[in-house]
Ligand binder design. Structure first.
Ligand SMILES: Cc1cc2nc3c(=O)[nH]c(=O)nc-3n(C[C@H](O)[C@H](O)[C@H](O)COP(=O)(O)O)c2cc1C
Length: 313
């Protein structure tokens, strides 16, 4: 096949919309390694098998040929930076991510939409790639939308255009990002100088919501997990947009003196620093009770809820 037909083929194959994964393992020196791959697909349910194709020319090809296990990290919509990082040559790929080892010892990256921990089932050389077939030993999905990939570009399949444009527009108007931190049926609030309470807030600007939330929570000395968009509230006259995320925190984190957890049935509704917060908290309580969270899009009085499933396997 000549160069131009190869290029045509790339474009034709690029019409197939995929997600993006990072395939990880531990090398013979116990060092975590991984690469970005969109050639992931499911193969069989019984036994539970998946596959991913790795270029034989890749720097990590010899490591994966020797590996006895690997993990597939299905990236979430905010993890474009991670995808690029794990496709870059010679980068210290794990420097930028939080990860932990699962049952096979393969690294699982925090904030993925889902992960699958696999033992190596079979390796098949196919042309210039090796097909790695993994048998799934453990897996989990999070309530996060996946990152998409189409014609050589990232894409989001997460929210309707209307919501995405509202999210985009907040960069040009006054906006604020509130964080609902749920710990053991309690929500975290920060006492303001006037004695009223607000939820933690991320600073405006910066590198996307995930890193802004992480930065805000690190300032409080708290590590949060499972960050999920909860609402996009437009203020009157379209001058202001408030975003809220919900997330969880591990027990036992020490808190700064201004931070305080309130039980769900005793939230400081009458002492809130911001009027839009009451609406957000009321919905949080309702949806938490129902066990099904969605994403509210609208203003303080009127809007609709985008429903997404939230369940772990
Ligand atoms: C979105 C995306 C998908 C990719 N999919 C694959 C893939 O399925 N298989 C593969 O071998 N490389 C794939 N790559 C390229 C590898 O991630 C990249 O070439 C590799 O990590 C380079 O590492 P090396 O320095 O180890 O050769 C993909 C890259 C990107 C950005």
């Amino acid at each position: 096949m000549n160069q131009s037909t190869q290029q045509d083929l790339r474009q034709i194959l690029g019409k197939f919309l995929t997600g993006v994964t990072v395939v990880t393992t531990i090398d013979q020196h116990d060092v975590p390694v991984g690469f970005t791959a969109n050639s992931f697909t499911s193969v069989s349910l019984d036994p539970p098998l998946i596959l991913v194709c790795l270029a034989q020319s890749a720097g990590l090809a010899s490591v994966f040929r020797r590996a006895t296990s690997f993990a597939i990290n299905i990236l979430s919509v905010d993890q474009e930076v991670i995808s690029n990082g794990f496709a870059r040559k010679d980068a210290d790929r794990f420097a930028q991510v939080a990860w932990q080892q699962k049952v096979t010892g393969s690294p699982v990256i925090e904030g993925c939409a889902a992960w699958l921990d696999c033992e190596m089932y079979e390796k098949i050389i196919a042309g210039d790639h090796v097909i790695l077939i993994g048998k799934i030993l453990d897996a989990e999905k999070m309530a996060l939308y996946p990152l998409g990939y189409y014609q050589g570009r990232y894409c989001a399949i997460d929210l309707p255009e209307e919501t995405l444009s509202l999210l985009e527009r907040r960069k040009s108007v006054h906006s604020t990002t509130g964080i609902l931190v749920d710990h053991d049926d309690q929500l975290l609030f920060i006492e303001q100088s006037d004695g009223r309470f607000d939820v933690p807030r991320a600073e405006p600007g910066g590198e996307g919501d995930e890193s802004r939330i992480n930065a805000a929570m690190t300032k409080l000395g708290i590590e949060v997990h499972n960050k999920v968009l909860f609402s996009v509230v437009e203020g009157r006259h379209h001058q202001r947009i408030s975003i809220y995320y919900r997330c969880n925190v591990e027990p036992g984190e020490p808190l700064p003196s201004t931070a305080k957890y309130f039980k769900m049935e005793a939230l400081p509704i009458d002492q809130l620093a911001r009027p839009d917060l009451a609406h957000v908290l009321k919905r949080y309580l309702e949806e938490k009770n129902s066990g099904q969270f969605g994403i509210y899009v609208g203003d303080e009085h009127q809007g609709h809820i985008e429903q997404i499933a939230e369940r772990k396997i």
